[in-house]
Design a protein around this ligand. Structure first.
Ligand code: ATP
Ligand code: MG
Length: 436
């Protein structure tokens, strides 16, 4: 920040203080003005009532009639002089019902007295208000002291100028930093503490991201090693005995087919996640009718899996979201696949769509399968995570990671309820598309 900018900041703070103090004074003046008007009205009313009451107590107060009259009628009011004449000859007359005049009062003199008295009072108050400006300014200054202090500190920080020497120091330290896990930048200079902290935090984040990548590659190779080893084993068996032994031949072909299908599934999942991480999966959002989409998934499930009883429910009116239909359907399919895999044959799987709160909607898959422990629910979206109970079923542990990636990209979230041996209910909650 240059000294010009610093002067600007100081100038702005001072103008804010003056504005606030001026506002307070104007507020007080306005309040006093309206107080005086109110006082005049009340004083006039009390004075008139008292005069009239005391004029003739024999005639009840409420049985009198009142009128405003002019002492000498004036035909037209052409000039200010005429107007003053009208006001001067204005009379307030009170008569009894019987017609006797009780009070005939030229009200202008006492009214003028009351107004003059109140105006004098008001003028004094307004003068006091104006004088109080400097006091208000001091008050505002006291109140804004912490902000002033902050501004001063910001100014002090901005005055630290990075000399060429310091630039060299930064350059040298960064160049000589070893690419090890623990290496940290240390400039040993008070002025560069902020830069040092920011760079070290960036290094930590980069390392964490690298660690995650490495863990992913490690897990992926580990998962691929098993099917490759199985295929290799059966291929060797085929080479040795397969030509003569038909049983070995059949068994090997089936095993190789299963393992290569598993490997293909795994590689496809890995590719999806790698493409997603690299930002190469482009979403193509369109208006999707969730009921229509869920019904397609339901009909497909009936065809693919005859082992379970599928049910489907949807509200009467259509439920719309803005989404990439292909990807959203893929995430629902992942939930249905899990429900089918972890539920005994002949048991029910319920697919449904509904409204969740004010502007949210959901798609839900509910099963009556093996369910999960709370500790499994906490980890179920992690890549390659599989509960102990799920390991006896085939799978890679990547399905839900993919579903989560898709739902995150749609700014949605999951809601999970699961009880061991009772079943699991997973909801994908999305923002409703309320466009007509
Ligand atoms: P795949 O990647 O082939 O789908 P997977 O089903 O094991 O393998 P995910 O779909 O990611 O992997 O599920 C992760 C884990 O969450 C499962 O291994 C299982 O332990 C648990 N899980 C998910 N859905 C259910 C469910 N409906 N009932 C019980 N457990 C479930
Ligand atoms: Mg799965």
């Amino acid at each position: 920040m240059s000294s010009n900018q610093n002067n600007n900041v100081r100038g702005r703070m001072s103008s804010i203080r003056h504005r606030l103090a001026g506002q307070r004074v104007r507020m007080k003046m306005g309040m006093h003005f309206f107080q005086s008007i109110f006082l005049i009205v009340v004083m006039l009313a009390v004075w008139l009532a008292a005069r009239e009451y005391m004029a003739d107590v024999a005639v009840p107060f409420f049985e009198r009639s009142r009128s405003l009259t002019l002492a000498s009628p004036i035909k037209k009011v052409d000039s200010f002089y005429d107007f003053v004449n009208v006001v001067r000859t204005l009379r307030y007359t009170v008569t009894s019902k019987a017609g006797t005049v009780i009070l005939q009062e030229m009200i202008i003199a006492p009214v003028a007295l009351i107004v003059a008295f109140s105006s004098g009072l008001l003028a004094l108050q307004l003068l006091g208000d104006l004088i109080s400006y400097s006091h208000e300014l001091r008050r505002v200054k006291r109140l804004l002291a912490p902000i002033d202090e902050l501004a001063a500190q910001a100014e002090a920080i901005s005055r630290i100028e990075l000399s060429e020497e310091k630039y060299h120091l930064i350059e040298e330290k960064i160049t000589s930093l070893e690419p090890t896990e623990e290496a940290k930048l240390s400039f040993g200079d008070e002025d560069l503490m902020g830069v040092e902290r920011a760079m070290n935090s960036l290094l930590t984040r980069i390392r964490e991201s690298n660690r995650q990548q490495a863990r992913f590659v490690n897990d992926a190779s580990h998962e691929l090693r098993t099917p490759i080893a199985v295929i290799e084993g059966y291929a060797n068996m085929l080479a040795r005995w397969g030509r003569e032994d038909e049983k070995v031949l059949d068994e090997s072909i089936t095993a190789i087919q299963n393992e290569s299908a598993h490997m293909k599934h795994l590689v496809e999942q890995l590719l999806f996640l790698a493409r997603g991480d690299a930002g190469r999966t482009v979403l193509n959002p369109v208006r999707v009718d969730l009921c229509e989409m869920m019904q397609t998934v339901y009909e497909e499930s009936l065809m693919i899996d005859e082992g379970h009883i599928y049910k489907y429910s949807c509200p009467v009116e259509p439920v719309y979201v803005l989404a990439d239909e292909g990807l959203l359907k893929q995430s629902v399919r992942i939930l249905v696949d899990n429900a089918a895999k972890y539920t005994k044959p002949k048991d029910e799987i319920l697919l449904s769509v509904g409204y969740a709160g004010y502007n949210e909607v959901y798609v839900q898959v509910q099963d009556t399968g093996i369910g999960m422990k709370e500790s499994d629910v906490e980890h179920m979206f992690e890549r390659f995570y599989r509960s102990d109970e799920a390991r006896s079923f085939g799978g890679t542990g990547l399905g839900l990671s993919i579903a989560k990636w898709i739902v995150d990209k749609h700014d949605g979230h999951f809601e999970i309820t699961s009880r061991e041996e009772l079943g699991t209910r997973i909801k994908i909650v999305l923002k409703k598309d309320s466009n007509p």
